[in-house]
Design a protein. Structure first.
Length: 549
């Protein structure tokens, strides 16, 4: 049915997300369940003639593939009967890739010698082993303990299981892998595969709209949500997004285009969650994630009608982050802190441009990030900030003072620059103090060797022999060095490294906030060095993070 495009996916479904990697082997777990005869739930299909946006199953999956490539043209399958998968996309797609296609250029292989002993894989207790390999990778992974055969070749073969088993054993004998025990195991596993994959493996319940029942697409969506929200297959944001796609066919493409623009070349990792949450705030529906907020025309139609302005607001934000020299995921520990800024910009039609306003907004953002104000009760803080913006802002005034006062008095958060502030996000602190010296650090270089790394001024390998960990791994002992320079420096002590560094760059000490007294380069005075350098950095932060009144 999938090959003949008789079984399709409705646009309310999210893309294929099951992983087969070192950290999460969902495919292995699924096929192990099949081989052990475990039930893996009933599928839910929907038969209809309705003309809705549809997409096909993927035959050759590739990480980072564009979901837009899987959609059919709107003119295809018009006024024809078609069957959609409402529940079971991930399982069916995994089966289809294994039995018909490829996953990142690899095919699914089965360890024909597995099945007797239990083993652990990423926290799962498994019995049968499956892995994706390229053809030329299989040979080096074969051994008397693990012998890999291509699953699709066994399943699709017209030969009886005994002949398939004999052919596999012949190949194994040629490689010197053969015992009576192995022979029995191979024949048993081939027979099991033949039985399981030619038997009634898939059970499904069909909703047939062609017979007059469940004709309303919104009712179909309600069934979809109830089926999927009971387990862990779909997150709340997936369900919200499904509601949006109900009457906005281009939602998937619009979101993908926005995220590609704002994330750049993987500079950031903004996702649909963040865009949806921001949309809720912009609609004055508060920040808390609730599916019901997207039901009905009020939520959906409002976002769709305001989408162009939402996109412009994100474009304004991207330019502002460049202005604030926040050019990497490393120096942006909280995306939630950006939502009040987006709300402000959206409120004033993306027109805020006064230099003083942008400078004060930059100061506010760094202060709130350094104080971790948006960790914990983020929704409460977002709502408090937007309330203040409604009451106290203007097109050229971001109400930093009123926001800080509200966050401090009502939510009991620290908003000031205090000595503890520099023990927060290390990349953020270093980025800020280096910018004060007009040293912009390129976190996205074309050559990996040019990316900045955090270096221990007094090398960790030597100092931990004498000093405690909290002193050695301290912001007072950190500086930015390009990767190549960091490798070159290795474990040299300052008294050895500094003279060469000063020859290359006469302002090396000043640019890196390093105390100039020669005696502080002595390891015996390390504790004093760290404390003095911390004070230099803190004074710099206090100086740069001041508001222009």
């Amino acid at each position: 049915m999938i090959d003949e495009k008789k079984l399709l996916l409705p646009h309310i479904q999210r893309p294929f997300v099951w992983k087969q990697d070192r950290n999460n082997n969902q495919v292995n777990r699924f096929f192990d369940s099949i081989m052990r005869g475990y039930p893996f739930s009933t599928f839910l299909f929907w038969k209809t003639r309705d003309d809705i946006q549809k997409r096909k199953f993927i035959e050759d999956y590739k990480d980072g593939g564009d979901v837009k490539d899987t959609y059919f043209k709107s003119s295809e399958y018009q006024d024809t009967e078609k069957t959609f998968v409402l529940d079971g996309q991930q399982r069916l797609q995994a089966l289809y890739l294994a039995l018909k296609g490829t996953y990142n250029g690899k095919e699914l292989y089965f360890d024909i010698l597995s099945g007797e002993k239990l083993f652990w894989d990423k926290g799962d207790e498994l019995k049968y082993n499956f892995e994706y390999f390229k053809r030329d990778e299989v040979e080096v992974n074969n051994s008397p303990e693990h012998y890999w055969v291509c699953l699709k070749e066994v399943v699709s073969s017209d030969d009886p299981s005994t002949k398939i088993g004999r052919n596999i054993l012949k190949q194994m004998k040629e490689k010197g892998i053969h015992t009576e025990e192995i022979e029995d195991k191979v024949q048993d596993n081939v027979a099991l595969i033949e039985k399981l994959f030619t038997d009634e493996l898939i059970y499904y319940y069909s909703i047939d709209s062609t017979l007059g029942k469940f004709r309303d697409y919104e009712e179909i969506l309600e069934i979809f949500i109830r089926v999927n929200s009971g387990g862990t297959q779909l997150s709340k944001s997936d369900l919200m997004f499904s509601l949006m796609k109900l009457k906005w066919d281009e939602a998937e493409e619009e979101f993908e285009d926005l995220l590609n623009d704002v994330n750049g070349q993987n500079v950031f990792a903004f996702d649909k969650d963040f865009v949806l949450k921001t949309s809720l705030v912009i609609l004055d529906k508060k920040a808390r994630y609730e599916v019901k907020k997207f039901k009905g025309t009020d939520g959906l139609e409002s976002i769709k009608s305001r989408w162009h302005k939402i996109v412009l607001s994100f474009n304004w934000l991207r330019d502002f982050l460049d202005y604030a020299r926040i050019t990497s995921q490393s120096v942006l520990p909280s995306y939630n802190a950006l939502i009040p800024i987006l709300y402000f910009v959206y409120t004033y039609d993306c027109k805020p441009s006064a230099p003083k306003m942008k400078q004060n907004m930059q100061t506010w953002l760094y202060k709130t990030l350094l104080n971790n104000n948006f960790t914990g009760q983020a929704d409460t803080i977002i709502d408090a900030c937007t309330d203040v913006i409604k009451k106290h802002s203007s097109v050229d005034y971001f109400p930093y003072k009123e926001i800080e006062n509200t966050v401090k008095t009502r939510l009991n958060k620290v908003v000031d620059i205090n000595p503890n502030i520099i023990d927060g996000n290390t990349y953020l602190v270093l980025n800020l103090v280096y910018l004060f010296k007009n040293q912009k650090k390129n976190f996205q270089p074309k050559l990996k060797g040019n990316s900045p790394e955090i270096d221990h001024i007094f090398p960790k390998s030597k100092m931990l022999k004498t000093y405690k960990n909290h002193l050695v791994n301290n912001i007072g002992n950190y500086m930015f060095l390009e990767k190549t320079l960091n490798i070159e420096k290795r474990d040299k002590l300052p008294e050895v490294f500094f003279p060469d560094a000063i020859k290359e760059s006469p302002n090396f000490l000043e640019d890196n906030f390093i105390p100039t007294e020669p005696r502080l380069q002595d390891p015996d005075n390390f504790e004093e060095f760290v404390e003095k350098r911390r004070m230099l950095m803190l004074d710099t932060i206090r100086e740069v993070l001041t508001y222009q009144v």
